[in-house]
Design a protein around this ligand. Structure first.
Ligand SMILES: N[C@@H](CCC(=O)N[C@@H](CS[C@H](CC=O)c1ccccc1)C(=O)NCC(=O)O)C(=O)O
Length: 225
């Protein structure tokens, strides 16, 4: 039996957080290996560990998986958190893509890494407007799913965890999003009350807090941003 998955990333939330959430929701214990300097990342990549010289990378079942969505797909498929069939999967995939886009909005390469500011005035498209558009689509998918409950499996699957990760992002403060979207708020509550997620939300878990200024500077140095 393969050992625990090994997560390689920097010691912060970033792109690895939804993977941490999904593994936690699946009840899978994992090990974290933190890259603290640009040189470490370079040497780790030079040894052939990173297919695209980027992290997140997850060692799981004898593989070195990279690309966040591919990793989420594998974990969700393996642990039955990705819909009951290909139709449900196809219906739900766009909503997950939206959730991942939402989470990255403040972190676009042309926008310096920032600890979840609600929007960046100099950004050509205000995060708020794009974020809302995606939320409206996601809301529609979510709302439709409530008309056909089968679309969201009981654990709410990978979208739910992804959604919770993003909704726990400072830019989606309780004031700005869940209060406006009761269906999202209900999803956030349902996910948070899953026993495995509830445990992950306890202090001392491997969940990462939003980037503070210090962690932001460290991430910029590691990834040469
Ligand atoms: N398509 C891939 C992309 C993976 C990716 O962009 N990895 C980066 C670190 S994460 C990123 C850093 C700033 O953009 C970040 C850090 C914090 C929050 C969000 C993103 C990396 O390894 N950069 C080294 C290099 O590109 O040389 C995937 O979905 O997994």
């Amino acid at each position: 039996m393969a050992g625990k998955p090994k997560l390689h990333y920097f010691n912060g939330r970033g792109r690895m957080e939804s993977i941490r959430w999904l593994l936690a929701a699946a009840g899978v214990e994992f090990l974290s290996f933190f890259i603290g300097r640009a040189l470490e990342l370079f040497l780790f990549s030079k040894d052939g560990n990173l297919m695209f010289q980027q992290v997140p990378m997850v060692e799981i079942d004898g593989m070195k998986l990279v690309q966040t969505r591919a990793i989420l797909n594998y974990i969700a498929s393996k642990h039955n958190l990705y819909g009951k069939d290909i139709k449900e999967r196809a219906l739900r995939k766009p909503s997950m893509s939206d959730v991942l886009v939402l989470g990255q909005l403040p972190l676009k390469p042309h926008v310096p890494l920032c600890p979840g500011l609600p929007h960046t005035p100099h950004h050509p498209i205000s995060n708020f407007s794009v974020g809302n558009w995606h939320i409206i689509i996601f809301f529609f998918v979510l709302h439709k799913s409530h008309e056909a409950p089968g679309l969201m499996c009981k654990e709410e699957g990978r979208e739910g965890c992804g959604c919770n990760t993003e909704l726990s992002h400072p830019q989606f403060s309780p004031v700005s999003v869940p209060s406006l979207y009761p269906v999202l708020k209900a999803l956030k509550t349902r996910i948070s009350n899953l026993p495995t997620v509830k445990k992950f939300l306890q202090p001392g878990s491997q969940r990462k807090p939003p980037l503070d200024a210090k962690a932001l500077e460290e991430a910029k140095k590691i990834f040469r941003l």
